[in-house]
Write a protein that binds this ligand. Structure first.
Ligand code: EPZ
Length: 421
């Protein structure tokens, strides 16, 4: 296992390039199951979660070729409709193979995905979407078993207790593209990753409109063909680097970032005294005011403030000049990072799904443990500004969603090294 050693206090400055979006490429890779023809997907980041999805596709009979960020997927030999427990249990997004397998073969067996440290991860909306399209679904020996002779278009309401669901929307879209008749998905997720999936499916010949809005209409087609597609940039990675510039009082040009995918974050950055300028290659971020100001943040589904940037924002306001209130409306238990940040001198208390962050003058380096992908990113940000050395262990959590993070950060002046545990 590896750990990161970070010596805080360096102001970051320079250009950092954003990779392709993890949360766009995972459902897109799953969607290649909808055709036996060759698909070429480019700008795919080198991440553990991508490797897991590719292993699942190979276990389902696909042939995968990888050249850098380009992935070629073709029909292999035997076709399999069971996504095995040993593969699925390591990544919740594996559930995204359920819809395409059902659409293509009329049958799918996917191991029930586990929960994780950010809270329970129910799949009731996924199963609701597939049932409304005519699937029979049972749970057998820890597997979700879905069967459907022919999926039939329907009007499906996918709003849940916490609002819309990204991957339930993705699964229902992929099940609907070859169903007979029209499907209308109401309270669909509006995330840019859903829009990118729709663009990929349309490239395969699907008939979709409304992606990116709460109402998506899909008219079923007979079959889908292979296609080529470039994955959008990762707005969560971009947002993480924007906050790295601010927390170190530096200045970063974040290449490939598009403000339009981070409107809520950019609004908050300006409120706390940051400056975000759009340029031809991306965005430039630095502090406008000397000190970070406090702010109140509530996470919502897109276009609200992303839950995936909540932990990173908490690190940033932990050194503000006042008291910030952070409320989680998407994953109410997503606060595992608080205990580790407090070990670094932050002053944060939790009241239910609301954290009260009292700004402190400084953070101090300490040995801390990564636990969840975005909580780990929050610890990296805190370590960049903390006085002294921080050692972050179990950074395989980080490697799930951040490509070459220590290279990208040291490339703009951070004192950061990856070493064997
Ligand atoms: C996607 O997960 C992302 N993952 C998550 O990013 C992200 O945090 C999440 O969307 C919210 O934006 C990928 O895209 C691979 P949801 P997903 O279904 O689709 C509840 C990261 O760090 N819900 O939109 O699984 C759920 O409990 C990861 O990159 C139900 O109630 O999330 C949550 O409270 C972490 N029933 C809310 O909806 C369901 O059937 C939103 O979850 C499904 C979800």
């Amino acid at each position: 296992m590896h750990k990161l050693l970070i010596r805080g206090g360096k102001r970051l400055s320079g250009r950092v390039k954003v990779s392709g979006a993890k949360n766009a490429c995972l459902p897109i890779l799953a969607a290649t199951l909808l055709t036996e023809q060759r698909c070429l997907i480019s700008n795919v980041p080198a991440l553990k979660d991508v490797e897991t999805m590719l292993s699942i596709l190979e276990s389902l009979g696909r042939r995968v070729k990888r050249r850098g960020g380009d992935i070629e997927i073709d029909q292999g030999g035997v076709t399999e409709v069971t996504a095995r427990y040993d593969l699925v249990r390591t990544m919740r997004a594996s559930i995204a193979v359920l819809g395409p397998l059902l659409a293509r073969y009329g049958e799918a067996r996917v191991s029930f995905p586990g929960g994780c440290v950010i809270g329970p991860r129910p799949i009731d909306l996924h199963l609701k979407g597939l049932r409304e399209l005519g699937a029979q679904i049972t749970v057998e020996e820890g597997y979700i078993v879905a069967r459907a002779k022919k999926l039939k278009g329907a009007r499906v309401y996918l709003g849940g207790h916490f609002g819309s669901s990204v991957l339930a929307t993705a699964n229902t879209m992929m099940a609907a593209v070859m169903a007979s008749g029209e499907t209308v998905i109401e309270d669909a997720a509006c995330e840019p990753e859903i829009t990118d999936l729709a663009s990929f499916l349309s490239g395969m010949g699907a008939d979709i409109d409304g992606a990116g809005t709460p109402t998506i209409r899909i008219r079923g087609v007979k079959s889908l063909s292979g296609t080529e597609h470039r994955v959008i940039f990762d707005r969560i990675e971009a947002g993480t680097y924007m906050m790295a510039a601010l927390i170190t009082d530096g200045k970063l040009d974040i290449l490939g970032a598009d403000i339009s995918h981070n409107i809520a974050l950019v609004d908050k950055i300006r409120e706390i005294g940051g400056m975000v300028k759009e340029g031809p290659e991306g965005v430039s971020v630095s502090r406008r005011s000397r000190k970070i100001k406090p702010a109140d943040i509530t996470t919502f589904t897109y276009p609200g403030f992303p839950t995936d940037l909540q932990a990173q924002m908490m690190s940033l306001v932990s050194i503000s000049g006042g008291i910030s209130v952070i409320t989680e409306k998407v994953y109410p238990e997503r606060f595992i990072h608080i205990s580790e940040l407090n070990r670094m001198g932050a002053n944060i208390i939790l009241e239910g799904a609301t954290a009260i962050v009292k700004g402190v003058g400084r953070l101090s380096g300490a040995p801390v443990m990564a636990s969840d992908l975005r909580a780990s990113a929050a610890l990296v940000l805190a370590a960049l500004v903390a006085e002294g050395d921080t050692e972050i262990s179990r950074i395989y959590h980080l490697d799930r969603g951040y490509e070459r993070i220590e290279e990208k950060l040291s490339g703009v002046g951070a004192d950061i090294r990856r070493v064997e545990e």
